[in-house]
Design a protein around this ligand. Structure first.
Ligand code: NDP
Length: 291
């Protein structure tokens, strides 16, 4: 078994991004500016936004975070989105999900200008992605393609099974893996909670991508010998033996599955860092396009 190392791969990708940011600055063009809007006090969201902020700064970009209280109304969030859409100093922005229950996420996503939608969640960008047109690709699927490319994992003609059909991971990666390009050209099966005989299908996967949000759900008996496994899930599991009091686990039972497969992403250090690099790549693209 070999590790698909997201830390190493994203570091290489970030070095390339940093070079391009430096070129912009050398040409007297201001650094790309990414804004994150964070509503409420969700612990995981705060961690993600802090990580994104640090990554931005590490490649020479400008990062701003608007922290709004949990009681912020939908109208106020939409006003903030409108303000950012029209702010010429902002190249791209994200509204960190999930939003508090009283705010309609889809309404907020649709209010974001597609040109500044560096999360790639706006229907215009999703539609362009499906058609294979130039767009902002959602960061996690883009990160998965990047790590497959980095390790030269052959995807053409392979059976790729995706478990999970969320709008941000499962659905887009299932489309992207089937598209006519490299990585891509795979034969894709998309599974979800209504799938029958899930284990039978996952066992037929040459490439298994798991994004279901259920800790260590995929066990060794659900994977084929020699498969490539991409684990998107992230879970904090209480663990008194660690200083933090928790351990991070994925949707895949890493210790047992790793014994059987050819390549696997660890958690942490797999898809997570690739997602952040994907967001930076979109921000750079926005800065290059929107000027
Ligand atoms: P969602 O909760 O939005 O979607 C989960 C999907 O999994 C749904 O399509 C659901 O099916 C399916 N599912 C749930 N249970 C089962 C089951 N028992 N068998 C088969 N399918 C099942 O999750 P996300 O895609 O947003 O996230 C998934 C995981 O990835 C989470 O742990 C999340 O934290 C993590 N994540 C990590 C990122 C990273 O950067 N590493 C980025 C984004 C997410 P149905 O549609 O039928 O309900």
């Amino acid at each position: 078994m070999k590790i698909l190392d997201g830390k190493l791969t994203s570091a290489a990708q970030k070095r390339e991004i940093a070079k391009k940011v430096a070129q912009l600055i050398d040409n007297d063009i201001r650094a790309p500016h990414l804004v994150a809007v964070l509503v409420g006090e969700d612990g995981a969201s705060q961690t993600y936004v802090t990580a994104k902020e640090k990554a931005c700064i590490s490649v020479g970009m400008t990062s701003s975070v608007y922290r709004l209280p949990a009681k912020t109304t939908e109208k106020e969030v939409l006003e903030m989105v409108n303000f950012l859409n029209n702010d010429p100093d902002v190249d791209g922005f994200i509204v960190q999900l999930p939003l508090p229950k009283h705010i309609d996420e889809q309404k907020v996503i649709e209010a974001i200008s597609p040109e500044k939608d560096v999360d790639g969640f706006h229907p215009v960008n999703v539609g362009k992605m499906v058609l294979g047109l130039d767009s902002y690709l959602p960061a996690t699927p883009a990160g998965i393609l990047e790590i497959l490319k980095h390790y030269q994992i052959e995807t053409e003609g392979k059976h790729c099974v995706v478990v999970g059909r969320s709008n941000i991971v499962g659905m887009p990666i299932s489309i992207m893996m089937g598209q006519k390009r490299n990585p891509g050209n795979a034969t894709v099966t998309l599974c979800h909670s209504k799938t029958r005989n899930l284990a039978e299908i996952t066992r037929s996967a040459d490439i298994l991508i798991v994004a279901i949000g259920s800790p260590e759900f995929i066990t060794a008996q659900m994977v084929k010998e020699g498969a490539v496994v991409i684990d998107v899930g992230i879970h904090r599991i209480a663990d008194a033996t660690t200083q933090s009091g928790f351990k991070l686990k994925g949707d895949v039972a890493f210790d047992e599955v790793a014994q059987k497969v050819s390549w696997i992403t660890p958690v942490p250090g797999g898809v997570g860092p690739m997602t952040i690099a994907g967001l930076l790549a979109n921000t750079l693209k926005a800065a290059q396009k929107n000027r």
